[in-house]
Structures are given as structure tokens and as C-alpha cells.
Ligand binder design. Structure first.
Ligand code: ADP
Ligand code: MG
Length: 356
């Protein structure tokens, strides 16, 4: 459906310098594929999507859509816009129109559909994204997650052959990420061609037929989710997909701010989609800091989460210690509360690791 060859994009800065963001992008996208584009920020993912949709024309290379060169002079942009919808991080809804009017707008204006028909289809789409009861309200009264679901319905209203999503959940409060991802999951099953720039690794792994790992302006590695996430060829890919999220507190003396730690853990767990682990995490932290490891200061507390494997761990590290701070009874009491308890010496001291 889409063939991209030697695509490049160079921005000219006002001071005369230039920045080449897309260096040499080559790929084929087939009908019905669901491709997640992952990679560090600033590597050209958004620029690539904007080039595909002609929102920001590339400086070199070619893009064929259904065999037609969309970069050729005189290619009708409106034709491409009908084939390819786009959903942005920031929703971009028309604030002065109701939800229903937002979804009906393009079909009536651009596809010249009758209002009655457009209305009926818009209501069906709103039902599909779970928002039919919000049809007559204005976007300002919706939550971020609801706005993004309206934006998806609006993109679908044009009956596109493909939809490009640019970090559709990045601007959302963590509690609303799930509702948007579940709408996208449904669409993925429907056979629509989709390109999704996302930081949600587990979602990308579950939903995609293929993954592009973009790095430094090229598609650095391309493969099935299994290849990219389980057996990446390049070390940069591996480092990116196996990234570990961390939250660290240095506990110096006994007047540390427990409430701050509690709040920090809570926010961390919501952010990385492990809200169910927040309660066990802070109750274990409390138990360890105030009881079992009360006399071990200074202590470093670290909460880590490996998104891909789903492993969450609490580390309690004490320097210059050559034995476990836990007594046999304490270890025994802790074990039933965790998936795994590891007591191990480190280079600089001793660590108790609780896998939760
Ligand atoms: P990503 O989506 O992977 O985070 P982007 O495609 O947004 O990356 O940006 C890649 C690089 O291009 C960044 O260094 C960014 O600053 C630069 N860039 C993006 N848009 C413009 C622009 N309009 N003018 C100049 N530089 C830009
Ligand atoms: Mg981007």
C-alpha cells in the first residue's frame, strides 16, 4: 500500500544551519498491517508521519501510495487525506462544535455526504468508541481520554484506508491511557492499516504485526514484535526495549518524608500502568523502613519497573554492610508478601530485593 524509498528531511534553521532529521528511510507497508514505531525522542518519528501525510513535505526520496507518487507535482492532497487519517497527541478537536458536529464535519464538507447519513454514521462511530451519550456536548466538557476517543471517531468518519497515530496517549493523564489504547486495540483487529508512534512498549508488543525501531533518522531495526522485543539484532534496539524505569530515594536519617515517598510510589505506579502494585509497594516500604531495616541508615530505596517483562522490584541498599540486614524470622515473614526475596552482597554493601 505504501512504499517509502530513501526518504530524507532536512530542516533549514533561521541562522543558516541545517538539521537532517530523516536520513534514509526505506520501508513497505502492506494493507492491514499494524505497525508500531518506537524509538528515542528526537529521532524523527513525528517528522516521518507528517511526511507520509504531506503535512510537512520531505526534502528527498519517494513515497508511493497504491502505486502513485504522492510527492509528484500536482498530486491531489485531498485524495491522500481521504485515504489516510491522522490522530495527534493533542486531539485538535474543533472546540466550537459539539462532539457529533466534530465527527460529521469532514464527511459533509469533504466527502459531500448528506447530513442525515453523516449523522447516522457519526453516531455509530461514537458508539464504537463508547461516547454516544456525549454526542451533544462540547469538547471542553470532556476528559483527555474522551477527547482522544472523539478524535479517533472523527478520523474514522472519513473511512480512511490507513490511520497514523502520533503518540495518542502521551498527553493523557495516566488513568486515561487504558481507555484510548483499548479503542485502538479494537481497531487493530478490524483490519485497518495503522501506524502508531508510541512509548507504550507492552501495548506495541501486543497489538502490532510489525515494529519499526527508529533511531537517528533511520529505521534502525524492523521486525515482528517477537524479533524486536525478544531477540533484537542491534544493541541499541535491545537497550531501548529493555529500558528500566526507576524511582530512587536516599534515606539519610529517620526524619525522612514518608508521605513524599508514598505519593512518589503512587504516581510512579500509575504512570507505568501498574496501579495495582502501588499499595503492596508502599506497605512493604513502610514495613521495611520502620521495622525491619529501622537501624540501617543511610539506605537507598529504589523502585524499578521493566515495562516489557512486567517485573517490578523494590531494592533496599546499605553500603559497607557484609551481611543481610534481615533476620531469619523477618525473611520468613516477608516471603509470602512478595514474588521473590533476594538477599545479596553488592560491590559496595548489601541489598535486599523484593520482587512484587
Ligand atoms: P520524534 O517524534 O521522534 O521525537 P521529531 O520528528 O519530532 O522527533 O523531531 C526530530 C528532530 O527534528 C528534533 O530534533 C526536532 O527538534 C527537529 N524538528 C522537528 N520539527 C522541526 C521544525 N519544524 N523545524 C526545525 N526542526 C524541527
Ligand atoms: Mg514525536
Amino acid at each position: 500500500m505504501i512504499t517509502v524509498s530513501h526518504l530524507t528531511k532536512t530542516y533549514q534553521n533561521a541562522d543558516g544551519s541545517s538539521l537532517t532529521v530523516l536520513k534514509d528511510i526505506n520501508c513497505e507497508i502492506h494493507r492491514g498491517e499494524v505497525i508500531s514505531i518506537i524509538g528515542p525522542s528526537g529521532t524523527g518519528k513525528s517528522t516521518f508521519l507528517r511526511a507520509l501525510n504531506l503535512l510537512d513535505p520531505p526534502t528527498g526520496g519517494s513515497i508511493l501510495v497504491d502505486g502513485e507518487d504522492i510527492l509528484a507535482k500536482g498530486y491531489p492532497v485531498h485524495k491522500l487525506r481521504q485515504k489516510m487519517g491522522m490522530v495527534f497527541q493533542s486531539f485538535n478537536l474543533f472546540e466550537h462544535m459539539t462532539v457529533l458536529e466534530n465527527v460529521m464535519y469532514a464527511p459533509v464538507k469533504i466527502r459531500q455526504q448528506s447530513k442525515a447519513e453523516a449523522r447516522e454514521e457519526a453516531l455509530a462511530l461514537l458508539k464504537q468508541v463508547g461516547l454516544v451519550e456525549k454526542a451533544n456536548v462540547y469538547p471542553s466538557s470532556l476528559s483527555g481520554g474522551q477527547k482522544q476517543r472523539v478524535a479517533i471517531a472523527r478520523a474514522l468518519a472519513m473511512k480512511p484506508e490507513a490511520i497514523l497515530f502520533d503518540e495518542p496517549t502521551s498527553a493523557l493523564d495516566p488513568t486515561m491511557v487504558g481507555e484510548v489504547l483499548s479503542v485502538i486495540r479494537q481497531l487493530a483487529k478490524s483490519g485497518l492499516t495503522m501506524l502508531i508512534v508510541t512509548h507504550e512498549m507492552r501495548f506495541a508488543r501486543d497489538v502490532s504485526t510489525r515494529i519499526f525501531f527508529m533511531n537517528e533518522g533511520v529505521i534502525y531495526e524492523d521486525g515482528t514484535p517477537e524479533q524486536i522485543f525478544e531477540h533484537p539484532v542491534h544493541s541499541a534496539t535491545k537497550a531501548f526495549v529493555q529500558r528500566i524505569q526507576k524511582l530512587v530515594y536516599e534515606i539519610g536519617s529517620d526524619d525522612f518524608d514518608y508521605l513524599q515517598i508514598h505519593t512518589g510510589i503512587n504516581q510512579f505506579c500509575i504512570k507505568y500502568n501498574i496501579a495495582e502494585k502501588a499499595e503492596p509497594a508502599y506497605s512493604l516500604v513502610k514495613e521495611m523502613l520502620f521495622t525491619h531495616m529501622r537501624s540501617f541508615r543511610p539506605l537507598t530505596l529504589r523502585l524499578t519497573h521493566t515495562e516489557l517483562s512486567g517485573v517490578t522490584a523494590l531494592d533496599f541498599m546499605v553500603e559497607h554492610l557484609d551481611h543481610s540486614p534481615l533476620t531469619d524470622e523477618t525473611s520468613k515473614a516477608l516471603r509470602p508478601q512478595v514474588k521473590e526475596l533476594i538477599e545479596e552482597p553488592t560491590k559496595r554493601g548489601f541489598r535486599v530485593k523484593l520482587i512484587i
